[in-house]
Design a protein around this ligand. Structure first.
Ligand code: KG4
Ligand code: ZN
Length: 331
């Protein structure tokens, strides 16, 4: 059994966690930066990087204390090395490198997307490869065939905005606040999903790709028409996203010839209840098992990075100190 320290800093959450290779989360600490970014209605990279500098080491210390261990007890240190806002990624990766160097521990550079992709296996230790993953976050919207640790095949991606980006922009357009996804979900609960006719970009098309830019423009037009309640626009928007995700995922399921046993959803947008419910129904009607991590494990956190580190460590995948921080890093 190995003990892995994970550090996450690619966007606006600084996080540290201690996770064992048999899937126990001994500690996880997280510091959000919502207050810092709220006045700007979005994440300001420079502010994020400064906050990561302040929080990274204290969070690691707090996580170690929570778990009742010291750095000497840790078998490896995993840190997000990208993709993400480069200033923040550098802070977390350099923190990981410094700790690994000082304690004489192996370093594991984790792709943030791999953290999301493997997180369902931390939540459900029975979940076996291969599985079909819908990865929906603030920066990405992809369908991936997850065949094993480090073995991913991308089946589809967005041709413009990510799903989370669409939620965030819609929240901004409707004045619902920041962060956008949960704000839209709350407003949608008070609205009618059939009230506002909105497009379903790419629904029915042959390739399982995604597109959300047209939907965002339609939300803007609906708002400016001045006849709809924001709650009804939010509910109609959320329903349009659900319909797009379900249609595109159904298309991918139909095209897969690998022996996939489960449909899995992960990433921040996977915290959305309407999306989880619709995908669970799709899995059932497709004869697949369904898995979605608990909400805290969907949005960015340190445990998913520690877990991806544990999976990589188990596969003998460690990195040297030269490994770079990357703003872009496709899985
Ligand atoms: O995975 P994540 O925490 O960070 C990235 O890697 O991007 O995802 C953040 C995204 C944001 O766009 C946020 O608005 C969205 O996930 N999100 C949600 C919900 N909670 C977070 N979107 C819809 N419904 C939610 N409940
Ligand atoms: Zn993420």
């Amino acid at each position: 059994m190995a003990l892995i320290l994970g550090i996450e800093s690619s966007c606006d959450e600084t996080a540290a966690a201690l996770v064992t290779s048999d899937g126990r989360v001994l500690a996880h600490r997280l510091a959000g930066q919502e207050e810092a970014h709220r006045p700007f209605g979005g994440v300001v990279p420079e502010l994020a990087a400064r906050a990561h500098v302040e929080m990274a080491v204290p969070l690691v210390e707090a996580a170690l204390a929570d778990a009742g261990v010291t750095l000497a007890d840790v078998d490896a240190i995993a840190a997000t090395a990208g993709p993400g806002l480069i200033g923040g990624v550098m802070v977390g990766l350099m923190t990981g490198k410094a700790l690994a160097h000082a304690a004489g521990k192996p370093l594991i550079a984790v792709n943030h997307l791999e953290g999301h992709a493997l997180s369902p296996r931390l939540a459900d230790r029975e979940l076996a490869f291969p599985y079909l993953l819908l990865l929906v976050s603030g920066g990405h919207c992809q369908l991936l065939l997850v065949r094993g640790v480090g073995d991913y095949r991308r089946l589809a991606t967005t041709i413009d905005d990510a799903a989370g980006e669409a939620f965030d922009k819609t929240a901004k357009l409707l004045g619902l606040g920041f962060p956008g996804g949960p704000a839209v979900e709350r407003a949608a609960a008070k609205g009618d999903p059939r009230a506002v006719p909105l497009p379903r970009p790419l629904v029915g098309s042959g390739e399982p790709h995604f597109s959300f830019a047209g939907l965002k423009s339609a939300v803007l037009r609906a708002r400016d028409a001045g006849i709809h309640r924001p709650e009804d626009i939010a509910a109609s928007f959320q329903q349009a996203v659900v319909d797009c995700l379900v249609d595109r995922t159904r298309r991918a399921i139909a095209a897969i010839d690998d022996d996939v046993g489960a449909l899995v959803v992960a990433g921040g947008v996977a915290a959305n209840q309407a999306i989880r419910t619709a995908l669970a129904a799709l899995a059932e009607s497709s004869g697949l098992a369904f898995a979605a991590p608990p909400l805290w494990l969907c949005t960015d956190n340190g445990a998913m990075i520690a877990w991806a580190g544990a999976e990589r460590f188990g596969a003998g995948l460690i990195d040297d100190m030269e490994v770079p921080a990357r703003a872009r890093w496709p899985l």
